[in-house]
Design a binder for this molecule. Structure first.
Ligand SMILES: [Fe+2]
Length: 408
């Protein structure tokens, strides 16, 4: 990875954590929930790390303030890497000596720890983007490539279609086979009235039409809280966009470059997504509509693994071999997280587990909206049709975008 130690210590806003903190925190997770629990007499080398690298688990003890993580110059990056190597090696020892009963006990926590680490790998990407964007030198994280996925073709510029779905009673949530977070269950039935879903995400070009039609200055499109935020924050375009010599440019992880109108728009808050939908005479989908539409779509697209770290105007052949209700839905997975209009709340019958790991998801079910589908910074192996991401409606630093829906 193209990062220097100096890059790894900066915290550019309270939502952003330094790279070094992500590395140490994911290590702390394995140490706290596996080594301290399953290794008799385990002694951590530096007990103070538990305070520095606990994120939000009250049941695991006190923690350092999130917004002050950028002030912590020690441990150094190389000390954090040594901490990581030490915990990795203790985990290896534990697993190689464990009998099948112990392995069965450890495995669910180990798997959770790996999925947790994938979440932090995504945050590491979005956080370093925010850090680099503050720098007038506009550092390049990864040189752009003309990879196979990058083909802004005529199809991408075509207007989106609305794919119709009939009213149905849908099975929503994870069926329990394979890993899922607790917030994806219990599986339950939801009545989904007839609706239509756009064939692809909204593009930069379409969003520019909203900007040029004074979308950011017309209160009629905005939720009250969104209108207040637009005016307080003086938003006039997506995060990272700058107007230069009559054209829109934006900062990407491949550097500062002109906005490509055929790419999906990203770094959009829920407020902007909702306002754009109103402007377009549509609305955002519910998370149930989204899941019902996506459940049979193959999980393929522009993910972390393509290492572009930016959404691309790709039109994937989603359903050439799978006629049916997913026909015509493109880029449902990868590229940009899609805001839904669903509040992040518990499914019927949901109960957070007791203890610290029960704090993983449940306690955040307030004042946030659900996003679906993963982004160009999400690992392909991390995402599922039932996966529920969630952020507060004003957040913009994730790769968040828009897919429109309509009542049928
Ligand atoms: Fe975490």
């Amino acid at each position: 990875m193209g990062l220097e130690p100096e890059d790894c210590v900066v915290q550019s806003m309270p939502d952003v954590s330094p790279t070094k903190w992500h590395l140490a925190h994911t290590t702390w997770f394995f140490e706290t929930f596996i080594l301290k629990k399953f290794v008799a007499g385990y002694r951590t080398e530096i007990p103070e790390y538990a305070y520095l690298f606990n994120s939000y688990y009250n049941a695991a003890g006190d923690m350092h303030r999130r917004d002050l993580r950028g002030l912590i110059s020690r441990p150094t990056v190389s000390e954090a890497q040594r901490y990581r190597a030490s915990v990795d090696s203790h985990i290896d020892d534990l697993l190689s000596d464990a009998d099948s009963k112990l392995v069965a006990e450890i495995e669910p926590i180990l798997v959770l720890g790996i999925h947790h680490e994938q979440q932090h790998q995504e945050l590491l990407i979005t956080d370093i983007k925010h850090v680099f964007a503050q720098n007038p030198l506009y550092p390049v994280f990864r040189k752009g490539s003309d990879g196979a996925l990058r083909r802004p073709d005529a199809a991408a510029r075509r207007p989106y279609q609305f794919i119709e779905f009939e009213q149905t009673t849908a099975e929503i949530g994870h069926n329990g086979r394979g890993f899922a977070y607790d917030n994806e269950g219990p599986q339950h039935q939801v009545l989904v009235p007839a609706f239509s879903l756009a064939s692809r995400p909204v593009t930069n070009g379409e969003y520019i039409a909203f900007i040029e039609d004074k979308g950011y200055h017309r209160a009629e499109f905005w939720l009250s809280l969104g209108w207040m935020t637009v005016n307080e924050q003086r938003w006039a375009a997506p995060l990272y966009w700058i107007r230069r010599d009559g054209a829109w440019w934006h900062f990407t992880l491949s550097g500062f470059r002109p906005v490509d109108e055929s790419e999906p728009v990203t770094h959009i808050s829920y407020f902007e997504a909702d306002a754009y939908a109103n402007f377009a005479g549509a609305r955002l989908p519910t998370e149930f509509e989204w899941e019902h539409a996506a459940v049979d779509c193959p999980i393929e697209g522009n993910f972390l693994e393509t290492e572009l770290f930016h959404p691309v105007a790709v039109v994937s052949a989603v359903s050439a071999e799978k006629p049916g209700k997913d026909q015509g839905l493109h880029q449902i997975f990868g590229d940009v997280w899609e805001w839904t209009r669903s509040a992040y709340s518990p499914y019927p019958g949901y109960r957070a587990a007791p203890g610290a790991l029960g704090e993983y998801n449940g306690k955040f079910m307030c004042n946030q909206y659900v996003l679906r589908g993963g982004s160009c910074a999400t690992s392909r192996t991390h995402i599922r049709p039932t996966y529920r991401n969630f952020f507060q409606p004003e957040k913009r630093w994730q790769f968040t975008g828009i897919r429109l829906a309509r009542d049928s």
